[in-house]
Design a binder for this molecule. Structure first.
Ligand code: FAD
Length: 348
């Protein structure tokens, strides 16, 4: 085994490996072990089920705002290294609405770095909406992006990936391993040596439809379940409709009632979805490609990015708990985790 081992090949594990390489660690000193790898699907592997884009879903404490900012302003590096937008990471305009006014800290932070930022005039806001903005977002085709990310790290750089389930975190160390990164997402709940009871799922169900005429995102945040419409790049015109944020719900099942509710609320928020229907604006005519459910790896107290010294020669770096924002904040989480491992100043 290698000097650096990353457990997990979800988006958090992959961003962590990317950051290790950026800090000058040799690819042959890094390996990834994971029960599920890009291309796989399981309710215990959240990353393929994300919408996924950069949105205003996150909180407004200083660290969270900085994770978002750092990731948003650095994603172009990942996109360039993976070969451009065709890797499954492209840019689309997002319109975001809040029923409850976001805090000044959140508004000021977004305004400072989001590209093509615009406040939406109060007169143009839908009924019940307190505040709205438009900006250029990052959109991920999550299943494609994960596979291209692994190919970049493994085939182009020589990072070794091994499929393996481990029962205890100590099983990830071999004689020459100095640092293990625990990027196990929802798996941190029961991984031996970690068993973090603060980890819980926030279940989401999404409906994927075919909608070639939609080339943007629309999101609406309320004090309960959000409504979102996310364009999936390089996907043969898939549009992701959601959603739900159901705390402590572990089910992988999908429900017709939720599908109907998602279609109703997304087409109400963004009637343009129905515009190209041959028989008029009728939900029944939408082409549903897939319905899926995923578990956001949430954590009471927020993400855990922490260094644990196992003994004189062994360090464990935790990097999990990205909840509903692993793609949009995880690059910064990986950066912080790697800097902790290399014991350099951590500014994030
Ligand atoms: C419906 C939905 C919509 C979402 N939309 C967005 C969005 O638009 N934008 C956004 O930023 N985020 C979004 N998210 C959240 C995002 O998907 C997660 O934050 C992210 O995928 C978490 O990644 P992860 O790497 O921590 O976990 P995972 O993807 O679950 O990866 C965990 C890895 O650890 C491995 N592992 C776990 N336990 C073990 C073990 N014991 N042994 C070996 N390997 C193990 C797994 O096999 C896997 O490889 C969404 C999530 C859902 C469900």
């Amino acid at each position: 085994m290698t000097k650096y081992v990353v457990i997990g090949s979800g988006i958090i594990g992959l961003y962590t490996v990317f950051n290790l390489l950026e800090q000058g660690i040799k690819s042959t000193d890094i390996s990834v072990i994971a029960e599920y790898l890009p291309g796989d699907e399981s309710i215990n592997y959240t990353s393929p089920y994300a919408g996924g884009n950069f949105s205003c879903i996150t909180g407004d404490d200083a660290e969270t705002l900085e994770f978002d900012r750092y990731t948003y302003t650095n994603l172009h590096k990942v996109q360039a290294k993976l070969g451009g937008s065709k890797c499954g990471l492209d840019r689309y305009i997002s319109t975001e609405y809040w029923d409850l006014m976001p805090s000044p800290a959140k508004k000021d932070s977004l305004k400072e770095y989001l590209e093509e930022y615009e406040d939406i005039p109060a007169n143009d806001l839908p009924k019940g909406v307190a505040y709205g903005i438009k900006f250029r977002s990052w959109n991920f085709n999550c299943p494609l992006f994960l596979q291209n990310f692994q190919a970049f790290l493994e085939n182009e750089n020589g990072v070794k990936f091994t499929r393996k389930r481990i029962s205890h975190v100590s099983d990830a160390y071999s004689s020459n391993t100095e640092t293990v990164f625990n990027c196990t997402g929802i798996g941190a709940h029961k991984l031996g040596g970690v068993s973090d009871s603060n980890v819980y799922p926030t279940r989401g169900q999404v409906v994927v439809i075919k909608a070639p005429h939609i080339k943007e995102n629309v999101m609406r945040w309320t004090d309960s379940d959000p409504t979102y419409i996310i364009k999936r790049p390089y996907s043969n015109d898939q549009l992701i409709l959601g959603g739900y944020t159901q705390k402590d719900n572990w089910t992988a099942d999908t429900f017709k009632k939720e599908t109907v509710e998602i279609l109703e609320k997304t087409t109400k928020l963004f009637p343009k979805i129905l515009e190209e229907n041959p028989n008029g604006p009728n939900i029944k005519d939408l082409e549903i490609l897939r319905v899926a459910s995923g578990l956001r790896p949430s954590r009471h107290g927020g993400p855990r990015i922490e260094k644990e010294v196992m003994n004189r020669n062994r360090v464990l770096i935790h990097n999990y708990g990205a909840s509903g924002y692993g793609y949009q904040a995880g690059f910064a989480m990986g950066h912080k985790a790697v800097r902790l491992a290399l014991s350099r100043d951590v500014k994030l």
